[in-house]
Design a protein around this ligand. Structure first.
Ligand code: DUC
Ligand code: ZN
Ligand code: ZN
Ligand code: ZN
Length: 484
């Protein structure tokens, strides 16, 4: 059985050209003119692109006294309907829990996935057991990324001692540390102060997490990574201060990556000043939305390459769940959805405005992260032999985003009423059509776990270079006999 995608324009991270594309057994087998096969998908007037990869989701995650409401079935269905064909979710051991035990829990949940997926492993505590299990996670389980929370004090947060230990272990194992960069100690004090002053509404959430707490933590994570001799990936980069730290580090030759979210690119802090409590609380996430100056900085980073990936941090809570925080903003479950809307929103606000080129769009939604995660060209590529995870993108298809027609399980959408132009005509997961315009053909359980090999370090970080080029111990000729 073969499928041919016919009459489209292929767009990759570096090329735009006209060709047909033939698929067999879930893979691309031929690219060229006038191909034929058993089935034909009409791509005339469309762009054929690598399916999106969202490297930052929290599906069915226990968090802040509840569980995020999209599971691997509804979450990956939402992903496919918006042109995303792979997600990377966070396996989150509770402090004290074995990493491998947590991974089994995530393995069990993910059996329902409609598209391929992988996991990042979170380091939420430190011990000899964690040190040892990290090796099994990388070498036996095919996970080459470890997430660290510098915020959520008293819950998920790790301190600098734990982070430095884990980063050094990542360096040994060829793994990439990921960081949620916010200074959790400062956030905790600001939260207490705001509550004591009677400022308990969702707007206080934004005041408790100013850009400075993110900028400080981003700088700290980058410096600690450099001292540990590993690269570092900063998740949900939302502000100029964090972007500046990443930019500066990259300019010095450090392998530092930054990931803005589609929410931060397109929604701003005024959402928290909405008179309607539910409206504001539904948009509570960390880091919070920022002002236009920060948004412009993120767009500029995507265009210039100082920021590499657009993700969602999809962590969807219903309105009822958000209401846990009535009277105390610190109890509003943090998180927003976006899996279904990331690609159409980025196309509308990036391509249709002229901020990004189509090749940049493919790079930041798919190819760059495939390379960072070491799964390129299986994913993120249109090449013979690559998985046929593809989106046939109709730049003229338009809709108004509304929760009434969404795949996500929650009862609202943070992009409600936004007009988008640019939507999938078809989404294919390993050659199988999962979405055909408005028809959902997803198959529960079709998704497979994608193993990721460790990366051999090709260079040491700057501070490590210094260490090896300077003398380790100075042979002294003059040593005073004793102190006074
Ligand atoms: N931020 C959120 O808003 N939700 C999940 C975790 C996170 O860091
Ligand atoms: Zn986070
Ligand atoms: Zn509203
Ligand atoms: Zn997250």
């Amino acid at each position: 059985m073969s499928t041919v995608i016919k009459g489209g324009t292929i767009v990759t991270a570096d090329l735009t050209y006209t060709a047909d594309l033939k698929i067999e057994d879930g893979r691309i087998v031929e690219i060229g003119p006038n191909l034929s096969g058993n089935d034909t998908l009409d791509a005339s007037g469309c762009y054929v692109m690598p399916g999106g990869i969202d490297p930052h989701t929290h599906l069915e995650m226990p968090f802040m006294g509840t569980y995020s409401s999209d599971d691997f079935e509804s979450g990956t269905r939402a992903a496919l309907s918006g042109g995303t064909t792979m997600v990377v979710d966070f396996a989150l051991p509770s402090p004290g829990q074995s990493l491998l035990e947590a991974l089994t829990m995530w393995d069990n949940k993910s059996t329902r996935a409609n598209c391929d997926y992988s996991f990042h492993m979170a380091i939420t505590w430190w011990s000899e057991q964690v040190f040892n299990e990290m090796q099994a996670v990388v070498q036996d389980k095919g996970i080459n990324t470890f997430k660290h929370f510098m915020a959520y004090k008293g819950a998920l947060m790790v301190d600098d001692d734990e982070m430095y230990s884990s980063f050094r272990r990542c360096a040994e194992l060829g793994a990439l540390p990921l960081v949620h960069a916010e200074n959790g100690d400062v956030v905790a004090q600001l939260q207490a102060k705001l509550m004591a002053e009677g400022n308990n509404g969702p707007e206080a959430h934004a005041y408790s997490r100013p850009p400075e707490v993110e900028g400080e933590a981003t700088n700290r994570a980058i410096m600690i990574a450099d001292m540990a001799g590993c690269p570092v990936y900063i998740v949900h980069t939302s502000c100029e201060q964090a972007h500046e730290a990443i930019r500066r580090a990259r300019q010095k030759g450090m392998r530092v990556y930054g990931e803005p979210l589609i929410q931060h690119l397109t929604l701003d802090e005024t959402e928290y000043f909405n008179k309607d409590w539910d409206h504001a609380a539904r948009r509570v996430m960390s880091p919070p939305f920022r002002n236009k100056q920060h948004q412009d900085s993120l767009w500029a980073g995507l265009a210039s390459g100082s920021l590499q990936v657009v993700a969602t941090d999809h962590c969807a809570f219903t309105t009822d769940q958000k209401r846990f925080g009535l009277g105390d903003f610190t109890k509003i479950p943090n998180g927003t959805g976006g899996l279904e809307d990331r690609m159409p929103m980025l196309w509308t606000y990036g391509i249709n405005t002229g901020r990004l080129t189509m090749n940049e769009f493919v790079a930041v939604t798919s190819t760059n992260i495939a390379k960072i995660l070491n799964i390129y060209p299986k994913k993120g590529a249109i090449l013979v032999g690559a998985d046929a995870d593809l989106v046939v993108w109709d730049p003229k298809r338009a809709k108004t985003i509304t929760s009434k027609n969404q795949q996500s399980a929650i009862d609202y959408n943070v992009f409600e009423d936004k007009q988008v132009t640019g939507l999938p005509r078809y989404t294919l997961t390993r050659g199988v059509v999962a979405i055909e315009e408005n028809t959902i053909k997803t198959r529960e359980g079709h998704g497979e776990f994608v193993k990721r090999e460790p990366v051999t370090a090709v260079s040491k970080a700057l501070s490590t270079w210094k260490e090896v080029t300077a003398p380790r111990k100075v042979e002294r000729t003059g040593i005073p006999a004793s102190g006074v």
